[in-house]
Design a protein around this ligand. Structure first.
Ligand SMILES: C[S@@+](CC[C@H](N)C(=O)[O-])C[C@H]1O[C@@H](n2cnc3c(N)ncnc32)[C@H](O)[C@@H]1O
Length: 171
């Protein structure tokens, strides 16, 4: 009995260690997330207003959308593949009274229609960002602002906030 307990705890501990070095957009990497401070900077860089519809592709715990809705008045939509983070973000939005203003869907961001977005947030690895480019070009309206945290996109750069590692692109 004690052996199984020890075995289980060891496996969990190893998974915890691995999750820290896993690619940041993997559902197995829970420790890569946007802080509230960065989310604020993202909203400011994108000039988010209450008329905006902000999509977070791979919305994680929903922090960026929470800030966009609560402090900037925007409507939010997140898509998240990981069931744990999906449920957690819904819970956080509910206790903040934002369930009507921010919707989170569990699913694959590549299958999500993003044509209604006026602002897009992404915190995804370069390989995924490259794969997303044709979708952005096909579905997004002219003038849609894209904020990428940490990683560069293969689009003309509009503005770079070095302190927060966020880049603004405009379609
Ligand atoms: C680096 S985290 C960023 C989370 C959140 N956007 C933030 O800034 O805090 C990337 C998120 O993308 C999610 N993800 C990865 N691939 C996805 C996919 N194909 N569809 C939907 N979500 C995905 C992961 O589960 C993870 O929550």
């Amino acid at each position: 009995m004690l052996f199984y307990l020890f075995f289980g705890v060891t496996i969990l501990f190893l998974l915890f260690l691995l999750s820290m070095v896993w690619p940041p957009d993997s559902p197995w990497a829970p420790w890569w997330r946007t802080s509230k401070k960065t989310a604020r900077a993202m909203c400011k860089l994108a000039d988010v207003k209450k008329e905006d519809i902000v999509y977070d592709l791979g919305s994680g715990e929903g922090t960026a959308l929470l800030i966009a809705a609560k402090e900037f008045g925007a409507t939010g939509f997140g898509v998240e593949i990981d069931p744990v983070r999906f449920l957690f973000s819904k819970f956080i939005l509910k206790i903040n009274g934002l369930s009507n203003k921010v919707k989170i869907k569990r699913g694959n961001l590549f299958k999500q229609d993003i044509s209604k977005a006026s602002v897009i947030f992404v915190y995804l690895v370069p390989k995924t960002l490259d794969r997303l480019l044709p979708k952005f070009k096909k579905e997004l309206k002219k003038g849609t602002r894209i904020i990428s945290y940490r990683y560069e996109m293969n689009l003309p750069l509009k503005e770079y906030n070095k302190e927060n590692q966020i880049r603004l692109y405009i379609i």
